[in-house]
Design a binder for this molecule. Structure first.
Ligand code: ADP
Length: 392
């Protein structure tokens, strides 16, 4: 064949193959663009922005309950799995709204799938979005529900704790009345009456202190406070009690440290630690109170030679009304709120409380506070926990 024909023929063949190839590419591309549309259909204008701005988790589903839009919060709450609603109750609510056209609201407790058996408390609102979609908004109320439970427990505990001294006072008043002719008995009941009234007064004061501390996150009237003053006042307040039990209060050297805070609150915190150390120590033992300044942190340490606290109780002693030995706490005039007050007072000053204790070896409680000059240098400088030490 003429070579010119050969060249023309191969050119024509090349053109046909090339055109076919281009057509194939075009067909594939248009198919894939249709697929994108299906996977991400258009929802009413502004929905994306609203979902992004909302503090609540939001999900938009289509008529088959496929998720077409969702905020990041919806994923982290575990509402979505593989582009569908993961919680059957949400599917039911979406179907109901689609059927009736009426919005619904409901409180739900759902299993947080990623966190084992942890649950999440949600307030869910479901409504139509245009004629085709359903909008689901979910408010995470887990923390609010927990706080409400804590508050209810506190009130229940308070009622229980108040009933004991109030009951005792009214019984003692009756006994006093019927023993009016016996001066010995009258003196005995009057002394017990005074003790119970004292317990009631301490309990009321501790409840007021703790409620105030919990209501605020910081200290309302902060000023420069000398830690040496705080320690001296707290030790003085415990001197009579310590002397009556022949317990030596050994105070270390002055630190000249200054913190920014509320002197009254800090004195109460140190007082509670010294008071516990004295109350739980055997007669004729020694309680040490030391202060040191290290790396912008003031540490106030109270050490005793008392019975110590078992490791499994150590984390719990800072809880309100938690006592390792309720009878002993009661006998020594405890309210069960002392350490809880210490913890909140110190935390409100940007500090922490640490405890080291071993049954039979006594306990050491340490209050750590940022020194006034270092306050603007960020959070409290950390010191690694020593062996067996816990922090609040
Ligand atoms: P309480 O008024 O009962 O002393 P706290 O809140 O001060 O209440 O302390 C909680 C519990 O922690 C106490 O009941 C006691 O069992 C334990 N505890 C506190 N301080 C000491 C300590 N220094 N030594 C031994 N146990 C202590």
């Amino acid at each position: 064949m003429d070579p010119t024909w050969l060249v023309l023929l191969s050119l024509a063949l090349g053109l046909v193959v090339g055109a076919g190839f281009v057509w194939l590419l075009h067909a594939a591309a248009s198919r894939s663009s249709r697929a994108t549309e299906i996977a991400s259909p258009t929802v009413p204008d502004g929905v994306d922005q609203v979902l992004e701005a909302l503090p609540t988790a939001g999900v938009v589903v289509d008529p088959s309950n496929n998720v077409v839009r969702a905020s990041a919060g919806a994923y982290s709450l575990g509402l979505i799995w593989n582009a569908v609603l993961s919680q059957p109750r949400l599917v039911e609510l979406a179907d109901e709204v689609r059927r009736t056209g009426e919005p619904v609201a409901e409180d739900l407790e759902l299993a947080r799938s990623t966190l084992g058996d942890a649950t999440v408390q949600l307030n869910v609102r479901v409504a139509r979005l245009g004629s085709r979609y359903i909008l689901i908004l979910a408010d995470d109320r887990t923390e609010a529900v927990r706080l409400e439970q804590v508050r209810r427990d506190f009130v229940a505990n308070i009622s229980h704790e108040l009933k004991t001294p109030i009951g005792a006072i009214s019984l003692l008043a009756e006994a006093l009345e019927s023993a009016a002719d016996d001066p010995e008995q009258v003196r005995h009941f009057a002394a017990r009456l005074t003790r119970e009234a004292g317990r009631l007064a301490r309990l009321t004061q501790d409840i007021i202190d703790l409620s105030r501390l919990q209501a605020a996150e910081t200290v309302p009237h902060a000023e420069r406070v000398s830690i040496d003053h705080v320690v001296a006042a707290a030790v003085d307040q415990n001197r009579v009690l310590a002397e009556s039990r022949r317990i030596q209060l050994a105070v270390g050297r002055r630190s000249h440290a200054v913190v920014f805070g509320d002197e009254g609150l800090l004195t109460t915190a140190v007082h509670n630690l010294v008071s516990n150390a004295v109350r739980y120590s055997p007669d004729r033992s020694r309680v040490g109170i030391g202060t040191r300044l290290h790396d912008g942190v003031v540490e106030i340490t109270v050490t005793d030679q008392g019975p110590g606290i078992a490791p499994e109780e150590l984390d719990r002693v800072f809880e309100r009304f938690y006592r390792v030995d309720p009878a002993r706490s009661r006998a020594t005039g405890g309210t069960g709120l002392g350490l809880s007050i210490v913890k909140h007072a110190v935390q409100n000053h940007g500090g922490e409380v640490r405890v080291w204790s071993r049954p039979g070896s006594g306990s050491t409680f340490t209050i750590r506070l940022p020194e006034a000059e270092h306050l603007s240098h960020g959070p409290l400088r950390q010191r690694p926990l020593e062996q067996g030490e816990r922090t609040t």
